[in-house]
Design a protein around this ligand. Structure first.
Ligand SMILES: Cc1ncc(COP(=O)(O)O)c(C=O)c1O
Length: 374
């Protein structure tokens, strides 16, 4: 199988399997229990916390482990919206955000808990810091923006937004699609909250982290016990957390491969454009692994079935919305018509890919695109 869907999830690293093996056997104790066997599990959790923290330039005490990117984002939006004095705080986000963000923000707005402004994106998938500033109101409490878009790979200018905001609102960044693709540093980004997901970098699904910078006011989304210093209740997912720490510790290696991945992506993209009547959605700056290509007159679902039969795994939009046969909200926000958006597929590469893989994919497209056009 040729797996070119890294933005949906990445293969689990062999080192991660080795790291979690003991936790599936004798190291099963509850890390909060008062005996040596539990303390040894606790030590592994704290090691993982330090590994995740160091991968983004944060302090270990700023890392709160949660059940994934979706929970991290909900904990950030809900936790800030609920955590202040003003009634009906104002939230700013953007039209191309992941549904993890949009669904919470819209739910809070529909319930009358918050007011919401969604900034638009242009035809190339970008917004500007000026768009964010324009959306601000006196009672804006949180600005929640993604660092890179999962469908197009478009990178957003977070550090500039942070400088422009100058602390007027809490800044949350969904960095799920940049972690492991470009170097990340919370100090350089200047954000207050950062969401991460383990399974996009070779860890396990169902584990993530919310990085909470010192001084950020946040109501816990999940109360329960005093785990995670009272910031997220529930017995810790020790296996997932140790896996996440291990995957984070391998990021320098992954980042060293980024230029090679970008070169493969560029070759793939150039090859896609020779299929006739094709265009790339999203312009630079972008993360280097993602191709969003739209083939005119093609039904992406039928193209993906043909690729699947050829042993190639790729997506049409974000995996969470596949199966619903609705055009991507990201592409329609960029001004594509529903029919155009339905003709777009996404290929996302990872460190295991080679020139031969790109050749194989292009060969498969040469056969499948004309058939999917009929
Ligand atoms: C940009 C973005 N944000 C959030 C998420 C949600 O992360 P998770 O799958 O860990 O809940 C994803 C993954 O689909 C994503 O691509």
């Amino acid at each position: 199988v040729l797996y070119v869907d890294h933005n949906a999830t990445a293969p689990i690293l062999p080192a991660v399997r080795d790291a979690i093996e003991p936790l599936l056997g004798e190291a099963f104790a509850n890390p909060s229990s008062p005996y040596g066997a539990a303390r040894r599990v606790r030590e592994r959790l704290e090691e993982a916390r330090a590994q995740v923290a160091s991968s983004v330039g944060a302090a270990p005490s700023e890392v709160v482990f949660v059940s994934g990117g979706t929970e991290a984002i909900e904990a950030a939006l809900w936790g800030v919206a609920m955590g202040g004095e003003a009634e009906r705080p104002h939230i700013v986000t953007a039209r191309d955000e992941h549904t993890a963000t949009l669904s919470v923000a819209r739910w809070l707005a529909e319930r009358g808990v918050a007011e919401l402004t969604e900034i638009p994106v242009d035809a190339d998938g970008h917004w500007t810091p000026a768009d964010v500033l324009e959306a601000l109101r006196p009672h804006t409490r949180i600005v929640s923006l993604m660092h890179a878009n999962n469908e197009t790979g478009v990178l957003h200018p977070i550090a500039e937004v942070a400088r422009a905001l100058g602390g007027r609102a809490t800044l949350h960044v969904d960095a799920v699609q940049t972690w492991g693709k470009i170097p990340l540093d919370v100090n350089q980004l200047g954000c207050d909250l950062l969401s991460l997901s383990a399974h996009k970098i070779g860890g396990l699904k169902g584990t993530g982290a919310l990085v909470v910078r010192g001084g950020t006011r946040l109501e816990p989304l999940i109360r329960g016990g005093l785990q995670e210093r009272g910031r997220r209740g529930g017995t810790e997912n020790a296996v997932g957390i140790v896996a996440m720490g291990c995957a984070a510790s391998h990021l320098p290696e992954r980042l060293r491969q980024a230029p090679a991945i970008r070169a493969l992506r560029n070759r793939l993209e150039a090859g896609c454009l020779t299929q006739g009547d094709a265009r790339i959605n999203g312009t630079e700056p972008r993360v280097g692994n993602t191709v969003n290509v739209e083939f005119a007159g093609v039904d992406a679902e039928s193209l993906l079935i043909r690729l699947d039969l050829a042993g190639i795994c790729a997506s049409s939009a974000s995996a969470c919305t596949t199966g619903t046969a609705r055009p991507s909200h990201v592409l329609t926000a960029m001004g594509r018509t529903p029919a155009e958006a339905m003709g777009a597929v996404r290929f996302s590469l990872g460190p295991e890919h080679t020139d031969q893989d790109v050749d194989r994919l292009l060969e498969a497209l040469r056969e499948a695109v004309p058939l999917a056009r009929e």
